[in-house]
Design a protein around this ligand. Structure first.
Ligand code: ADP
Length: 338
């Protein structure tokens, strides 16, 4: 008479009745057939807890009972989706680095732009993908207005800034800079993926992705769908900004992306006359973010009123500051390890 194994008997009972059946459980990723849990866990519960295919497991157990066949080990779904850093980079791009903040207005876009400028000055090839689809600012910062163009290879290429930084931003596709892009999350996510995948970025040492603030669809898309090698978090000493950047740290950690470092922007103001430092937003919170993230503080950047005019006039590449050279050097040090 043929025995049919019920999903509601315990794993231990099954193995006791059919010695060798533990190898069938193991092939399905249930090596606990011999452990204590199996004495009270049914086959159905075990399959549910380990996200196994119950029907396939029962079919294999019944086959084992009938003719002794032990199936080969099955491919198991990963407990977590693969980390973004595991995805394949586009040919020609060495590192994709996302620049993220919790809160808007902390200077993330400005830091992204000036980091790109400083890296470019050090002889590296840099591109910027502005993933802030509904509030883009990169084209304005660099004074770029040309649309993506078709190269000799027939592929669309992002336009380049005066110093040769490849830039793609939603503002380069709208008729007017002030045209609103009123899109829901999935469309935003698709646009970001297309900017990355469909454009021919060429040879780049770094593709910096300027993320919109927060932990919504766009940051998730970038961290889950693009091959991000690491994330730089930008904050300010203001308590509110620090609190919200903590949420961003948690998101990045949950998605298993390496945090390359923290940049504290608007850290202080230095009076050009007296040289005195004023902590306008309170004392630095950089150290507490370092402790929380386990990543180094890459820079404490001052407030510099001369930046405002340069940004508004699209002349960010004319800005020179030793602070950003130091940021670029620290950034290169940490990214060399990824
Ligand atoms: P975010 O991308 O975080 O929303 P932005 O980069 O757009 O922030 O910066 C917000 C505003 O603050 C911009 O007008 C920018 O020029 C200004 N800003 C940012 N950082 C500094 C700084 N260190 N010194 C002076 N102005 C700054």
């Amino acid at each position: 008479m043929q025995t049919t194994i019920s999903p509601d008997v315990t794993i231990r009972e099954t193995v006791d009745q059919h010695p060798g059946a533990e190898r069938v459980f193991a092939a399905h990723g249930l090596p606990c057939a011999g452990c204590h849990v199996s004495t009270h866990e049914t086959i159905r519960q075990g399959a549910g807890a380990h996200r196994l295919d119950l029907d396939a497991l029962l079919a294999d157990l019944n086959r084992f009972v009938a003719d002794g066949t032990v199936p080969p080990p099955r491919e198991r779904p990963a407990a977590h989706p693969p980390g973004p850093q595991k995805r394949e980079l586009k040919a020609g791009i060495k590192h994709v680095v996302a620049i993220m903040s919790g809160k808007g207005g902390v200077g993330k876009s400005l830091v992204t732009g000036l980091l790109a400028v400083a890296l470019q000055r050090q002889g590296l090839r840099v591109g910027i993908l502005d993933a802030d689809i509904t509030g883009p600012s990169m084209a304005r910062l660099f004074g770029v207005s040309a649309r993506p163009y078709q190269g000799a290879d027939g592929k669309p290429h992002p336009p380049a800034s005066k110093s040769g930084i490849a830039i793609m931003s939603m503002n380069l596709l709208t008729d007017k800079e002030t045209d609103a892009v009123i899109w829901r999350g999935p469309m935003v996510s698709r646009a970001i993926q297309q900017f990355y995948a469909d454009l021919e970025w060429g040879e780049l040492d770094y593709l910096l992705i300027d993320l919109p603030p927060g932990t919504s669809d766009a940051p998730l898309t970038v961290l889950q769908a693009l091959p991000v090698s690491g994330v730089v978090l930008v904050s300010t000493p203001q308590g509110l900004a620090t609190m919200i950047v903590s949420k961003a740290i948690k998101l990045v950690q949950q998605l298993h992306a390496p945090i390359l470092g923290i940049v504290e922007n608007m850290s202080y103001y230095r009076d050009p006359e007296s040289g005195r430092r004023f902590d306008l937003f309170g004392p630095s919170k950089g150290v507490s973010l370092v402790v929380e993230s386990g990543a180094p503080l890459l820079a404490e950047l001052p407030i510099d009123s001369s930046l405002t005019a340069l940004c508004d006039e699209g002349r960010i590449e004319e800005y020179h500051s030793a602070d950003y050279d130091a940021l670029a050097a620290n950034f290169q040090n940490v990214s060399a390890k990824i």
